[in-house]
Design a protein around this ligand. Sequence first.
Ligand code: ADP
Ligand code: MG
Length: 265
Amino acid sequence: MSPVNRGAAASSEFQGENMEPTSAGLTEETQAVPAAHSVALTKTYGVGQAAVHALAGITVTFDRGRFTAVMGPSGSGKSTLMHCMAGLDRPTSGQTFVGDLDIGSLDDAGLTRLRRDRIGFVFQSFNLVPTLTAAENITLPVALAGRKVDQEWFGYLVKELGIGDRLTHRPNEMSGGQQQRVACARALINKPAIVLADEPTGNLDSKNSVIVLDMLRHSNRELGQTVLMITHNPEAASYGDRMIHMRDGEMVAPEKDPQWTGAKR
Ligand code: ADP
Ligand code: MG
């Protein structure tokens, strides 16, 4: 067994009552439930003349084990979609689900648990905790959940991302590329139901971009990790196996997307 597969099996054991295993040991039933989906999702900022329809009715499914790239011009609603899928932002109307969990039904404590246990984030601006070392940043989601770190999985991520010699460094002692590689390990450490990456290579040089993208693709292909990544870069998008285009808060039919549901206002 490769470290990846062993890691997957280990993680599915400690996921807790309301958690579905993310990779190994999936039953057909849990596999049939998509990693995440939205139904007629809208988000409006402001009112009256000043209203901005950031999302104009998005119905989309993210199947388990897929790597979806989201493209579209600035202001088209990509980040808003991701924030609503992650429970970071409440929609104006419509629903979002992670697995079969209706995010709209969660109170603040439930949302915190969801973000901690079931979702991995990678942001363009890294968002590491400045007072923690790289190792502490990576294991933070595990510590917050009161779990034990899967050392084998931790070691595997650190090695793949080439950050073994940075583990005792704080973010201000690391380059942007190193910080994003740490953030990538942090996003994957809990083997979440879905990894959400918002322009993860937006601030990186091409060498670091390739490391981060390779890791996301590897976790997707080898571990069955579901990934949703926003990018402006067609080369980065090509790491995905599915592409969604957004414009003015709507999904624009991609030519080769069999999952596109064609939801319109
Ligand atoms: P993208 O990520 O595709 O660049 P966003 O989802 O960030 O787009 O934004 C979609 C639209 O919603 C834009 O017109 C943006 O200005 C607006 N918007 C996003 N967040 C806010 C906010 N907090 N307040 C008001 N308008 C917002
Ligand atoms: Mg954005």
